[in-house]
Design a protein around this ligand. Structure first.
Ligand code: NAD
Length: 303
């Protein structure tokens, strides 16, 4: 079976790497936080002490990093050190997949540098959250050539359920940014509606059940209810442990604003959601799950 180097083993990367191990791949893991990588050792992963060691012998590399700057530095090397970048460390023919959510411009830049090195690269951000990563049911949204998309499918089907080809390099990121803008608006809407109901005497679980069978139904209500105690396994019922950190949602909404500025597109709801998350994060919620926005409306709920 082929060998995969998996770089970035945070909330999403760890369960994704675990599913690839279960599928029978040899998986070399590397994270600047050595502890994050070591957790996968007992499940069969080979823990690498450097980026170079991780990609040695791997025919596919998957990165799952926080933001564009990390992806830039990992693939192209930190400023003035291109020799330290993945593109100079992998052997010829290695296939490169970045599943982080980043700006389309960086995705296109990495794809174009990869081409100069005669390497194939796709942007393949994901949707589905930690639960989707654990269950292997993620949606992958791929940007790249037709050939690269088909090559990506062969690997990504072991970590996800739906794999879409959004278009050329960067298109996966653009589609993901649009999706997360809508997710943030839905999250803010769910927080607002549930809080309004509670302030007017409704039970949040009863109200949520009603909205789930009514026209307000959406992904947040189905899988990620932001009110503590309504949904047993949601981050809201586990002290807002991430999950998906509020600081990452603010990053994604910023990517949406950048795209809107470039295309001169009106995004009033996204802009409002970005400002809500900027306030929320400034109040010390950066590392908490993004559904903790509920407290912005309601304050703390004693369970
Ligand atoms: P995270 O912060 O939990 O994990 C990122 C990992 O990357 C960390 O372990 C960090 O140590 C590591 N890292 C940073 N720089 C590195 C480097 N130079 N080399 C090696 N490792 C490095 O973040 P996450 O929640 O796993 O999210 C990862 C990406 O996926 C983000 O772009 C996020 O927006 C996106 N995403 C997250 C979710 C979610 O629900 N958490 C869902 C969809 C998409």
């Amino acid at each position: 079976m082929a060998a995969i180097a998996f770089i970035g083993l945070g909330n999403m990367g760890s369960p994704m790497a675990r599913n690839l191990l279960k599928a029978g791949f040899q998986v070399n893991v590397y994270d600047i936080n050595a502890e994050a990588a070591r957790k996968l050792e007992k499940e069969g992963a080979t823990v690498a002490s450097s980026l170079k060691a991780a990609v040695t012998g791997a025919d596919t590399v998957i990165t799952m990093l926080p933001a564009g700057q990390h992806v830039h530095d990992v693939y192209l090397g930190p400023k003035g050190q291109p020799e330290a970048g993945l593109l100079n460390l992998v052997s010829s023919g290695t296939f490169l997949i970045d599943s982080s959510t980043i700006d389309p411009a960086t995705a296109k830049e990495v794809a174009s540098h990869a081409l100069q090195h005669q390497l194939e690269f796709v942007d393949a951000p994901v949707s589905g959250g930690v639960a989707g990563a654990e269950a292997g049911t993620l949606t992958f949204i791929v940007g790249g050539t037709d050939a690269a998309f088909h090559r990506a499918e062969m690997v990504l089907k072991h970590a996800g359920k739906n794999i879409f080809h959004a278009g050329p390099a960067g298109a996966g990121q653009m589609a993901k940014i649009c999706n997360n803008l809508m997710l943030a608006v839905q999250m803010a809407g769910a927080c607002e509606a549930i809080n309004l109901g509670m302030e007017n005497g409704l039970d949040p679980k009863v109200l949520s059940d009603i909205m789930l069978q009514s026209s307000g139904r959406n992904w947040v209500l189905e899988l990620y209810n932001p009110c503590p105690g309504v949904m047993e396994n949601a981050p809201a019922s586990k002290g807002y442990q991430p999950g998906f950190m509020s600081k990452l949602m603010l990053k994604d909404l910023g990517l949406g604003m950048d795209a809107a500025l470039q295309s001169q597109t009106a995004v009033p709801m996204g802009a409002l959601a970005r400002n809500l998350y900027a306030f929320h994060n400034a109040n010390g919620n950066e590392q908490r799950d993004f559904s903790s926005l509920f407290e912005f409306y309601h304050g703390e709920v004693k369970q």
